[in-house]
Design a protein around this ligand. Structure first.
Ligand code: UD1
Length: 364
């Protein structure tokens, strides 16, 4: 059985790594599943892509589509043209896509049209916010997915409501958490730790990259000013996404002295910082899952989340996109009132094993 494994953007790499490891493990003891790793090239900088391959032990991709930057339509079109050629040359038995990025949707469409069944890891999650490109990617991908591997009961329920038959939904847990738990002993102190003389639980980690939050310079400035104010003098470590970096250049902060900007970090360094942070302020989805598992308080600067269990069970709170909510939330945290949280069911480090076992029994 030949599986295509699709990766394209940063959050995909940690979701696919444990799948590859599990396939390799089975092959070493005579298993017959093989795979073709397809990198769409949506993310291409070393610090957005290459370093993750090294840190997570992902092999060189068999195919690189080199899609690169562009508008959503340009990226989607480039990835589709490239993947169509790959499948025209040799079809796989199953196309596995992960997450919700442009590459996920683009490859799912191509595979399905070329009669290759599609499996979606992290299927079924929904934010309900159609202004996010990821929400459109999720809905389009799930509308043509054959096999859904889900991270939560909420995702299962979303799929049932959309009419997906029960025998196509597999509640398996979270492969991103497989990677987190497997990598935790190898987390690596980033160089800036000593440069900035950071102390455990005495600094804030910040990430921002959603178009809603960062594309308008005035809004980004307002958010950053409030975060700096809320941090009450603690350093705010800010690994800056390339999209955000472009906007930052034109911004003059009221008091930028505690804001410590850095390039995007490697996986092991970033999670070292998160594990020891007092709080993470973010607009990412995946980071809210990682903070939940590591019991680190998390404030999400969005109005909705496709991962509600990080709020109902975990350490995450949605602050919305109004920057005025940041200071009061920081006060709650600093007065020791933040919730402790629990780890959602099946986020146990064994999800990839369950997925590959299920796939090995599919009649493809
Ligand atoms: C994408 C995903 C988002 C994910 C995020 C993580 C979609 C719709 N969005 O958003 O879900 O959370 O990745 O990073 O797929 N760029 C570089 N170097 C790179 C990659 C991108 O400079 O290696 C630049 C691009 O030129 C572009 C900007 O960063 O200007 C945005 O990249 P893009 O892949 O379009 O979307 P992200 O905002 O990264």
């Amino acid at each position: 059985m030949l599986l295509d494994l699709i990766v394209g953007a940063r959050p995909n790499f940690m979701k696919i790594a444990p799948i590859i490891r599990e396939i390799e493990k089975r092959r070493a003891s005579g298993g017959t599943i093989s795979y073709r790793l397809v990198h769409t090239g949506q993310h291409y900088d070393r610090n957005m892509s290459g370093s993750f391959f090294d840190d997570l032990g992902i092999p060189e991709p068999h195919v690189n589509l080199n899609a690169g930057s562009g508008t959503q339509a340009e990226q989607t079109a480039g990835i589709m043209l490239g993947y169509e050629k790959v499948l025209a040359e040799k079809k796989s038995d199953l196309c596995i896509v992960v997450g919700d990025v442009t590459s996920t949707m683009a490859c799912a469409i191509v595979a399905k049209k070329m009669l290759v069944p599609v499996a979606h890891i992290e299927g079924g999650i929904r934010s309900g916010d159609m202004t996010m490109p990821e929400e459109i990617n999720r809905i389009v991908t799930d509308s043509i997915t054959d096999y859904f591997f889900t991270t939560s009961e909420t995702a299962n329920e979303n799929l049932r409501k959309a009419g997906v038959p029960e025998n196509r939904i597999f509640f398996v847990g979270n492969t991103m958490i497989d990677t987190l738990l497997a990598s935790r002993p190898r987390f690596r102190k980033p160089v800036i730790w000593d440069d900035l003389q950071l102390t455990e639980k005495k600094y804030v980690v910040l990430t921002l990259h959603r178009p809603n939050n960062v594309d308008d310079p005035a809004n980004l400035k307002h958010q950053l000013d409030e975060i700096i104010k809320g941090a009450s003098g603690m350093p705010v470590v800010f690994p800056v996404h390339p999209r955000t970096r472009k906007v930052m250049q034109g911004i003059d902060l009221a008091d930028g002295s505690v804001l410590r900007m850095a390039d995007p970090m490697g996986y092991l360094e970033f999670n070292y910082l998160v594990e020891k942070a007092l709080v993470v302020i973010t607009d990412s989805g995946g980071i809210t899952e990682e903070t939940t598992v590591m019991s680190v308080p998390c404030m999400t600067l969005r109005n909705s989340t496709e991962r509600p269990e990080t709020v109902t069970m975990g350490t995450n709170e949605l602050l919305g996109t109004n920057p005025d909510a940041i200071a009061p939330a920081m006060q709650t945290l600093l007065s020791g009132q933040w919730k402790k949280g629990n780890i959602p069911p099946l986020w146990d480090g064994h999800t990839a094993e369950r997925i590959i076992e299920i796939i090995s029994n599919l009649k493809l």
